[in-house]
Ligand binder design. Structure first.
Ligand code: HEC
Length: 235
């Protein structure tokens, strides 16, 4: 076959026709009943039910599996109309660490890593209707743990609820970490045992970090500052 006859075979019109035929075959291959299935999607309209909605309300006086929440202490932080001042389960070190992890994700953007209300959002973000609270006030230090649980669950003033994002167990763990933060900013030397006092570095934590940051020999001094910070967090 010479070059010219090949060219003739593949004229533009022929190619177009071929493409058209191919796409027809594709369309015919799809059965619409595959993608329009007789099923109800959430919040869709329905002619089947009298109220015209596809989604069904829960059956009266029933509770979905795993959603029975009879323990007021655990799920509300309020017992006999009072905020509880005890955690509903024993708090171990891992729980505080989990609380720290959740706190850093959900709360620190506004309240700051220290809980002093100086998170990035407060400093540079949206113009907030109210400043995020600092947890280091006399009032909040005295608030029972149930209060903090309730604030996370329902929000407070300009702060919205975190109930959808943080489940009750994690809310308590965050509260345990808030308590740790409060202690970290408000403890006296006398609160420590003699042994713990002996472990305290003479140089204040803040100064150690500032010196390392301003120092050009960051290598060695940076490591030293790290040591100071660690010592500090143990207090
Ligand atoms: C989007 C910013 C934002 C985030 C994120 C946020 N908060 Fe707040 N929070 C606020 C603001 C603003 C206030 C002050 C509200 C007011 O006074 O109207 C506040 C107040 C509080 C208060 C003080 C209530 C009081 O009695 O003064 C607590 C406690 C608190 N938040 C805990 C939390 C915890 C715990 C989280 C994380 C689960 C969190 N917040 C996440 C903005 C935020």
């Amino acid at each position: 076959m010479d070059r010219e006859s090949i060219n003739r075979m593949f004229t533009r019109r022929r190619l177009q026709r071929l493409a058209g035929l191919l796409s027809l075959a594709l369309v015919a291959g799809c059965h619409t009943d595959m993608w329009i299935q007789p099923k109800a999607k959430p919040l869709q309209q329905s002619d089947f039910f009298a109220d015209g909605a596809a989604s069904r309300p829960p059956v009266a006086n029933t509770v979905a599996q795993g959603q029975l929440r009879t323990d007021d202490h655990l799920y509300t932080g309020i017992v006999a109309k009072k905020y509880v001042d005890e955690f509903p389960f024993a708090i171990a070190k891992q729980d505080i660490e989990r609380g720290q992890d959740r706190f850093n994700i959900y709360c620190s953007p506004c309240h700051g890593a220290l809980g002093d209300g100086k998170g990035m959002i407060a400093q540079r973000g949206l113009a907030l209707r109210a400043q995020p609270a600092t947890y280091h006030t006399e009032r909040l230090r005295k608030m029972p743990v149930g209060y903090f649980f309730d604030v996370i669950t329902h929000g407070h003033g300009a702060m919205f609820s975190y109930a959808q994002r943080v489940d009750p167990d994690d809310r308590w763990k965050i509260v345990s970490y808030i308590r740790a933060l409060q202690l970290s900013q408000h403890s006296a030397l006398e609160d420590l045992t003699a042994e713990e006092q002996g472990q305290i570095d003479e140089k204040p934590v803040g100064i150690g970090i500032a010196a390392a940051a301003g120092d050009t020999h960051a290598g060695t001094n940076g490591a030293a500052a790290g040591g100071h910070t660690e010592g500090g967090s143990k207090h």
